[in-house]
Design a protein around this ligand. Sequence first.
Ligand SMILES: Cc1cc2nc3c(=O)[nH]c(=O)nc-3n(C[C@H](O)[C@H](O)[C@H](O)COP(=O)(O)OP(=O)(O)OC[C@H]3O[C@@H](n4cnc5c(N)ncnc54)[C@H](O)[C@@H]3O)c2cc1C
Length: 434
Amino acid sequence: MRQLAHPFSADFKPEPYWWEASPQQPGDGTPLPKTTDIVIVGAGYTGLHAAIEAARAGRATVVIDAEAAGWGCSTRNGGQVSTSVKPSYATLKKRYGDALAVAILKEGQASLDHVSGFIRDERIACDFAVTGRFHGAHTPGQFDALARDCDTRHPGFETGAYMVERGQQHSELGTDAYFGGAVFPRHASLDPGKYHAGLLDVARRAGVTIVSHCRVNTLARNASGFDVATDSGSIRAGRVILATNGYTGPLSPWHQRRIIPIGSYVIATEEISKDLMDRLFPTDRILSDTRKLVYYYRPSPDRKRVLFGGRVSLSETDPRLSGPKLRAELVRLFPELENTRISHSWAGTVAFSFDTLAHCGEDDGLHYAMGYCGSGVGMAGYLGARAGRRAAGLDAEPSAFARIPHTSRPFYTGRPWFLAPSVALFRLRDRLGL
Ligand SMILES: Cc1cc2nc3c(=O)[nH]c(=O)nc-3n(C[C@H](O)[C@H](O)[C@H](O)COP(=O)(O)OP(=O)(O)OC[C@H]3O[C@@H](n4cnc5c(N)ncnc54)[C@H](O)[C@@H]3O)c2cc1C
């Protein structure tokens, strides 16, 4: 394959495409109050959904972010909305028994319903659309496995998924690189930056105080709750919600030991012609594939660019280096994009857990929701909202995700030394078609 000598467009930016329509906001000088009912650390989807619920329950609520509100994954993601639960029913049942497995899957569906219902009810203009997903099989064996999975869904969790044979694949996608795939018709897409900006508006209207560019440094328990020490002074709170996901640091070593931070990388192409877009992407579906190192991609909401994400390096790297590698993979799938340049390249840090499930819970007034394993556009809002209600004393029944053990590994302190060998192994398995 011929590599372009200059893979970047003249107006290339090493930052998210979404920031064009929704620029990161500078600090607005909001002072840190001295006391509040609830402090939330992190102003992404988790933190803002938690804050909206807590404020609507009448609790004084302060959200604090070390950077601009939304600087984390919540304005960097691919905008693909799914049911967010990675393990199958069979795996979940083996681990936790039928009842908890069913409860977890139900909450996966609830997360998709929550995000769509919230956007509809709050009238957030974020290009939300139920587009469906095409999940390409990268080997014939994976096609068979997908077909089996479609057939063996637990009753009550029928997703309406159906298989598309390789011969019909061009009705979904202009590539011959897959051996057919599955369509999940309920999955959706949105513009993550516009969604986050809409959430900020809703939170402010609900009375939430948002303090950006202010790192929380320590959480110390006192008789009635917490002393929260930040870059801008201290605040006393009855309860704290940790909503730091992939950016969870030493503020809470217990959580840091349970989160595996992993970089995910995305590019946007320069604008392509309508004809070419219609040929390569005849539908508006979001796309992904069965590789261990999955590629996720889609047309931009205005159908002028292709947004293509995945993991292309063993260890974390600069978006200027990951961009050309992602582009090479994009061109492998769609050779017609051979002369198309990259206009944006960026990265963000997703939070994996050792069991590939999200987790939430509480310990004596410290609440949390995190570990969405790269699928948090729906789940972060859902579990964030539940954490907010729970911290406000409303949600009596804990989430199913609070009822599964949140484990670490011996000697793991939050630095995933095993990442590079794992990525190398997954890459080998993908190349061998395993
Ligand atoms: C490149 C990429 C692509 C993705 N694509 C998809 C997708 O298509 N579909 C999908 O479902 N999911 C996707 N995800 C995952 C999804 O974006 C996340 O799961 C979700 O946004 C998590 O939201 P959050 O609010 O929990 O965390 P974030 O949005 O990451 O927010 C955490 C915040 O905590 C703040 N913080 C951390 N420590 C402190 C501290 N000590 N003091 C103050 N603030 C602190 C950070 O500054 C950050 O802003 C993707 C993620 C990435 C990076």
